[in-house]
Design a protein around this ligand. Structure first.
Ligand SMILES: [Zn+2]
Length: 318
């Protein structure tokens, strides 16, 4: 290949992302994807993404202008990503080993670079602007291999590490109980005891969100929202389902934190939704770069929820 033939495609590649970003007008009423991963392992399957494919997902999101945000920050309306980029939330259910593995090497312990945490950290070192955020919905009393990432000696150390790195821990019940099957007392015990087990390792940590095992709500949603059992008080500011597509903007009247939809991170679903937002860019949340303003198209200003989280103000655009 001659140098000139190489030069043209390369320069086009380099120019493309910036020009694409510049054309994207701010729309902070657009939808936000909350992606739901299960196993990071082999082989690829219905509930499994390989480490290579997970890494490729991060690359695709990065190239298409998505940036990681913490779910708790979305709930608080604190979306701090650069102008023309789109927030995306990563969630990991069931605390399986490939999500977070430690390797013992010469007497020291390190995060397995092939586990989800290791892959996320490596990607954030390469592209710091992408961010390093995710929520882990862990199972403190499931049978192996789903009990707190399946390395009993490191259970506490892992939960502490996640919190110290700015990741979030969420409630997923004690052992993946289908909450639609149980009476109130059992539902509440599952939620309070899961939190209490997490707090044994990370004192004072409050899991602010609940991912429903199998997406099953208890008979009364209030049982899952707040309560106290044996002195452990729980309160969930959001409840996540297992499907439902992209979520409404947290600034939209349609945003219902107790029924947050997610997108399962399978190749088919990811391809569908990334393609959807490529074809319908006006549906996508696009930041104006200012975390204190909510930029909305003028014709959509009636769709902004009222009140907004304190400190935020609406800016209309044509
Ligand atoms: Zn689950």
């Amino acid at each position: 290949m001659t140098p000139t033939r190489l030069l043209l495609p390369l320069s086009l590649l380099l120019l493309a992302p910036a020009s694409v970003l510049a054309q994207r007008p701010a729309n902070e009423l657009g939808r936000v994807m909350i992606l739901e991963y299960h196993k990071i392992d082999y082989p690829e399957g219905r509930w499994t993404r390989t480490p290579e494919n997970f890494r490729a997902d991060l690359q695709r999101l990065w190239e298409k202008g998505y940036r990681l945000v913490a779910l708790n920050d979305v709930l608080d309306g604190k979306i701090n990503v650069p102008a023309a980029t789109t927030p995306v939330v990563l969630t990991f259910d069931d605390s399986s080993p490939g999500q977070f593995r430690y390797l013992e090497k010469n007497g020291a312990v390190e995060v397995d670079p092939e586990s989800a945490v290791g892959i996320l950290e490596a990607f954030a070192r390469e592209q710091p602007e992408f961010g390093l955020k995710a929520t882990f919905y862990v199972l403190p009393a499931a049978d192996p291999p789903n009990r707190l990432f399946n390395q009993p000696a490191y259970e506490g150390r892992k939960l502490q590490y996640l919190v110290s790195r700015g990741f979030e821990i969420g409630n997923h019940t004690l052992w993946h109980a289908n909450l639609s099957h149980y009476p109130e007392e059992t539902v509440r015990k599952q939620l309070a005891a899961a939190q209490e087990r997490i707090q044994r390792h990370v004192p004072g940590y409050r899991p602010r969100t609940l991912a429903l095992p199998m997406g099953a709500y208890p008979r009364e949603i209030g049982w899952a929202v707040r309560g106290t059992v044996n002195g452990t008080a729980y309160q969930h500011d959001a409840i996540l389902m297992v499907s439902g597509g992209a979520a409404p903007s947290p600034f939209s009247k349609q945003f219902d934190p107790l029924r947050l939809p997610r997108i399962q991170a399978l190749e088919s679903e990811l391809a569908y939704w990334l393609g959807h937002f490529d074809r319908h860019p006006h549906e996508r949340f696009v930041s104006d770069g200012d975390p204190l303003t909510v930029a909305v198209p003028k014709r959509k200003k009636d769709e902004v929820k009222n009140p907004l989280p304190s400190g935020l103000r609406v800016v209309e655009r044509e």
